[in-house]
Write a protein that binds this ligand. Structure first.
Ligand code: SAM
Length: 288
C-alpha cells in the first residue's frame, strides 16, 4: 500500500517502521502541510507532457504530488537510508526515478537527457539550508535547460534572491540569480509545516529562467569578478573597493567608472545589473 507521507501520523509510523532517524546535518525537515505542497507543485507550472527534477525528495511528499501531475520525475537524494521509505511512498509510480547521490557531485548535463521527451522542465527543491547557495549555483551554472525552479529557502535567502539595489539584502547572490532568472516569492512557510520543525522561517520562491541573460556581457567571468569586488567590502566606496580587489591602479578605476558613467563615490550595493554590465565592459578596456 502507498503511504501518504504528508500525513504526520502516516509519516511518523513509516519512518519508525524503517528505524529512520532525522539527520540535522542533511537539513532533514520533511513537509507535512498539504496547502504548502499544493502551492509548490502549482508554482512549478508543469503538466502531463513535462518533467520535474527534484533535489532531496526526503520521504517523497513533493515527489508523490509531482508524479501525479507530470510525465516524468527524476529525484536525487543524498541519504541512501531513505531508499526503503521512498520505495513505500512511491510504490506504483512508474514515472519516477530516484538516484542516490549528492546533487553537487552529479553531472546535470549527463542526467538531463532523461527530459528529452519533456516539453517543459521544472526544478523543485525543499533545500537543506546549509547548501542552498552552492546547489543554486550548481544548477544555474550547469547550463541545463529548465523553465522554472521552485525552491524552499530560509526567509533571509529569499529576501536576498529578490532584493533590489540599495538594500542590505542586495548582493552578489542577488545579481548572479537575477542575471539568469526572474524571481518571485510564492508563499511564506512557518516551522510548523515541517517534521521536525526547523529553527527558521522559510519562503517558497519561484525562478523563471530567462531565455537570455538579463544584460549582455562579453566576459562573464570578469562581470562576476567586478560584482564580487564591489561587494567584498560593503562600507567602502566603489572606487576603493575596486582598487583594492581588482589589482587595478586608482587612475584606471577612475577611468573605467567615468567610461561607465558611474559616480566613484557610490557603493556597490546601489548599482543595478545594467550598471555592473557597463562597468565590467569599461574595466575590460582600461589599461591596467
Ligand atoms: N523534499 C522533502 C520534503 O519536502 O519533505 C525533504 C526535504 S529536506 C528539507 C532536504 C532533503 O535533501 C533531505 O532528504 C536530505 O537528505 C536531502 N539532501 C541534503 N543534502 C543533499 C545533497 N547534497 N544532494 C541531494 N540531496 C540532499
Amino acid at each position: 500500500t502507498r503511504v501518504d507521507a504528508a500525513k504526520p501520523g502516516e509519516l511518523k509510523a513509516l519512518l519508525a517502521e524503517h528505524g529512520f532517524r532525522f539527520k540535522k546535518q542533511l537539513g532533514q525537515n520533511f513537509l507535512i502541510d498539504e496547502r504548502v505542497l499544493q502551492r509548490i507543485v502549482d508554482a512549478a507550472e508543469v503538466g502531463a507532457s513535462d518533467g520535474a527534477f527534484e533535489i532531496g525528495p526526503g520521504a517523497g511528499v513533493v515527489t508523490q504530488r509531482l508524479a501525479a501531475r507530470v510525465h516524468r520525475v527524476l529525484c536525487v537524494e543524498k541519504d541512501e537510508r531513505l531508499g526503503a521509505v521512498l520505495a513505500r511512498t512511491l510504490a506504483g509510480w512508474d514515472n519516477v526515478e530516484v538516484r542516490f547521490a549528492d546533487v553537487l557531485e552529479l553531472d546535470l548535463q549527463d542526467v538531463w537527457h532523461r527530459f528529452d521527451d519533456c516539453a517543459r522542465v521544472a526544478v523543485v527543491a525543499n533545500l537543506p539550508y546549509y547548501v542552498t547557495t552552492p546547489i543554486l549555483f550548481h544548477v544555474l551554472e550547469s547550463g541545463v535547460r529548465f523553465d522554472t525552479m521552485v525552491i524552499m529557502v530560509q526567509r533571509e535567502v529569499a529576501d536576498r534572491l529578490s532584493a533590489q539595489p540599495g538594500g542590505k539584502a542586495y548582493g552578489a547572490l542577488t545579481l548572479a540569480v537575477q542575471y539568469r532568472a526572474t524571481v518571485e516569492p510564492v508563499c511564506r512557510v512557518g516551522p510548523g509545516a515541517f517534521l521536525p520543525p526547523p529553527n527558521v522561517e522559510s519562503t517558497v520562491v519561484r525562478l523563471r529562467r530567462r531565455p537570455r541573460p538579463a544584460v549582455e556581457v562579453r566576459d562573464e567571468r570578469l562581470f562576476f569578478r567586478v560584482i564580487r569586488a564591489a561587494f567584498a567590502t560593503r562600507r567602502k566606496t566603489l572606487l576603493n573597493a575596486l582598487t583594492g580587489q581588482l589589482s587595478l591602479q586608482r587612475e584606471a578605476c577612475l577611468a573605467a567608472l567615468a567610461e561607465a558613467g558611474i559616480d566613484p563615490g557610490r557603493r556597490g550595493e546601489t548599482l543595478s545589473l545594467e550598471e555592473f554590465a557597463r562597468l565590467a565592459e569599461a574595466v575590460a578596456v582600461v589599461p591596467a
